[in-house]
Design a binder for this molecule. Structure first.
Ligand SMILES: [Zn+2]
Length: 198
């Protein structure tokens, strides 16, 4: 089917209030919800991202688009989530929920379409149990590891109104702060304060 001359959704940037809104559950998968899923995937690719949450395009619903490939290193052990979800990418997770997080954490550099050009390390649990459903298909519960676990946690943070820079520890936070201020200024945000949660 032709997509028509639909406008690609605009990704909101740091400083815009909608990024700190808590998203509400999707009640029912309607045509509108499928349309939103398609818009998320479309915008994620257009902006060259690996994930995009509905809150990032100003829609406070619990939906995220993801495109996480299997690791290039084939010798790495795969989690059930990677085995099940990576071959299906792009996927749209509906009402994703973290059931549990591993106690083991690691630090890895992250970026975000809502904080363009800024990369900084974030410490996160290395694996997690995810419950969600796709636009087509029943609900599932899967143990996710590898980059998938990180991407899902980053996107689920968005649904809670959290942007990754709020989790960046010192001294990295101070290093990226001038860049963050530029983005916030460009967004036209006044009296905006980054509430760190580290
Ligand atoms: Zn993000």
């Amino acid at each position: 089917m032709l997509m028509g001359k639909r406008k690609i959704a605009v990704v909101k940037v740091l400083g815009e209030a909608c990024l700190h809104q808590k998203a509400k559950p999707v009640e029912k998968i309607t045509e509108e919800i499928r349309g939103l899923g398609a818009r998320l995937v479309e915008a994620m690719y257009k902006y060259d991202g690996v994930g995009l949450a509905a809150t990032q395009i100003g829609v406070p619903l619990r939906m995220v688009a993801l495109h996480v490939d299997l690791p290039k290193d084939a010798s790495l052990p795969l989690s059930p989530g990677q085995r099940e979800l990576c071959p299906k990418m792009p996927v749209v997770l509906v009402n994703p929920k973290i059931e549990s997080l591993s106690s083991v954490t690691e630090s890895f550099e992250e970026g975000c379409l809502s904080v363009p050009g800024v990369y900084a390390p974030v410490e996160r649990p290395v694996s997690m149990v995810l419950t969600a459903r796709l636009l087509d298909g029943p609900a599932f519960t899967l143990d996710c590891g590898g980059f998938l676990a990180r991407a899902v946690q980053h996107e689920l943070d968005h649904l809670e109104g959290i942007v990754f820079v709020q989790r960046v520890k010192s001294p990295f936070f101070e290093e990226i702060l001038p860049e963050l201020k530029k983005i916030i200024k460009k967004a036209g945000a006044k009296n905006y304060q980054i509430k760190r949660i580290v």
